[in-house]
Design a protein around this ligand. Structure first.
Ligand SMILES: [Zn+2]
Length: 502
């Protein structure tokens, strides 16, 4: 019997936060039998055959005993073929006389009958868990694992100490994994890779809307604000959305790591899903929230837009339930789903970019002569759709009208200005103004405002609106390259509140 006390672990993805599963092995001189207990799914039940066959075909000894594998904690349902490797290593190490230089090993990979290691779904979750857990000293994964460089770079940047401590074994089969563990071969570390210079200079030209609207679009992206654009058909709302999606670039490490983990839940789509999500008027609450298929979480559009943009087309005409769905993520940056065994949270911190017509016919009731053909009750009904608590969450509320283009500009120049604006904001405060808390504004920001600005802010009925004006004025001033917002910036921000129009 083995004298080493090495513990083997694997993971159970639960949403995007994996949970640790311990693999305990018990072995007795009884009638030979191989059992896996601890609420295993069908695929883990079948792991018995893969593991036994892989061990024998790798010319390694399979114990002629009664072997019981317990996946703990026993109350939690387990699923996923990635547990194969951990179970096989657990069985082999239990009966090995070799000492292992590791205390706690996380193993994740699927075994073929011949003993080859194949990448299993959720490998990124396993790597993430090994970075988060200081007690894990080694991770074993298949050498053919598809790990995006950007994901590892983000993790190494976030947890540099863990990256230097954690041993990594990338093995092609079970035999080489065992050899690496017992003979200290193939061990390496996760190393940061230089990002390819793909997004260097995008010299393509963008045709810009009016100067005022271009400014709001830039400030929206730089300051991570929520935006709503209303206007009659054909005035360029779609073009503005196209500009936003071309200029958007993800920025935060945390949200980028979460994005990779969310995308890794889609076992059938290995490519990175875009952080710019387009959602139409027909969207159902479930498609926004996400849902469970058995124990597997299927992220909804809100989670897929995490760290990105959720572009809500024809937003005023969305049904009430779908609109309501956005309240929680806009307030808290996450989605909560009630399940039998408790509340489940998924990340959903996105920028809402909503657009819509001014009235049901898509005309303009304010033009002279008006181009609107709607009857008064229809207009009233539409107006009601526009109001509601969601509007409170919008930072910039813009009425778009037919106006002259302000010319063209290179994508790279605009992106540079957005980056500079963001850097200017972050040089003055730890977080962007859009993420300032109410307390922070009341205690630290408000007292610094001029008397006339404070008088202007008094015209708002709600504190929430007042705070929004303060936040957006700071972003607009940074866009202009000014250190602190002037009264004009506050006046401009005040005009961009929905209560001025609705
Ligand atoms: Zn109309």
């Amino acid at each position: 019997m083995s004298s080493n006390e090495t513990q083997i672990y694997c993971i159970q993805p639960e949403g995007i936060r994996p949970r640790r599963v311990g693999i305990e092995i018990s072995s007795h001189f009884q009638v030979p039998q191989f059992l896996i207990v601890g609420l295993p799914s069908t695929e883990i039940g079948e792991a018995k055959e893969r593991v036994r066959s892989a061990i024998l075909n790798s010319a390694l000894p399979f114990p002629n005993r009664r072997v019981i594998v317990n996946l703990s904690p026993a109350f939690m349902h387990k699923s996923g073929t990635g547990m194969d490797l951990g179970i096989a290593l657990g069985v082999l190490l239990k009966h090995s006389l070799e000492s292992i230089p590791f205390q706690r090993i996380l193993a994740w990979g699927e075994l073929s009958l011949g003993g080859k290691l194949q990448s299993a779904p959720h490998t990124l979750h396993a790597i993430y868990h090994s970075f988060l857990s200081p007690d894990i000293d080694c991770i074993v994964i298949p050498n053919k694992s598809n790990i995006p460089d950007a994901f590892l770079n983000h993790l190494i940047e976030k947890f540099p100490e863990r990256a230097s401590q954690l041993s990594v074994i990338k093995a092609k089969d079970l035999e080489s994994a065992m050899e690496a563990l017992t003979h200290l071969k193939l061990q390496t570390r996760f190393i940061k890779k230089e990002a390819p210079l793909t997004q260097s200079h995008d010299d393509s030209q963008l045709s810009l809307p009016s100067q005022g609207l271009t400014r709001i679009l830039g400030a929206t992206l730089a300051g991570e604000h929520h935006l709503m654009m209303l206007g009659p058909k054909g005035v360029g709302k779609s073009h503005s959305i196209e500009i936003l999606s071309k200029l958007f670039e993800p920025s935060h490490i945390d949200t980028q790591v979460d994005r990779f983990l969310t995308n890794d839940l889609f076992t059938d789509r290995r490519t990175d899903l875009s952080p710019v999500r387009f959602v139409g008027v027909q969207v159902k609450p479930q498609a926004l929230h996400g849902s469970f298929r058995g124990t597997k979480f299927q992220p909804g559009e809100c989670s897929l837009a995490h760290g990105g943009l959720l572009i809500a087309d024809e937003f005023p005409e969305w049904n009430r339930d779908s609109k309501e769905c956005l309240r929680h993520p806009l307030e808290r940056g996450s989605i909560s789903i009630n399940r039998v065994n408790g509340i489940f949270d998924a990340p959903a911190q996105f920028q809402l970019i909503a657009s819509g017509n001014l009235c049901p016919c898509g005309g303009s009731p304010w033009e002279n002569p008006p181009s609107c053909i709607c009857k008064l009750p229809e207009k009233e009904r539409y107006r009601k759709h526009l109001s509601g608590p969601i509007l409170d969450r919008i930072d910039f509320f813009v009425l778009v009208s037919q106006s002259k283009s302000s010319g063209t500009e290179k994508v790279s120049v605009l992106k540079q200005r957005i980056t500079e604006t963001r850097a200017r904001l972050l040089s003055q405060s730890e977080t962007l103004p859009s993420h300032w808390s109410g307390d922070q504004i009341e205690n630290e920001i408000k007292s610094k405002l001029s008397h006339s600005t404070q008088e202007l802010l008094k015209s708002f009925a709600s504190i929430r609106s007042e705070h929004k004006v303060i936040r957006t004025a700071h972003t607009l001033s940074a866009w202009d390259g000014v250190r602190a917002p002037t009264l004009d910036h506050f006046k401009e921000s005040a005009k961009l509140r929905p209560e001025q129009w609705i």
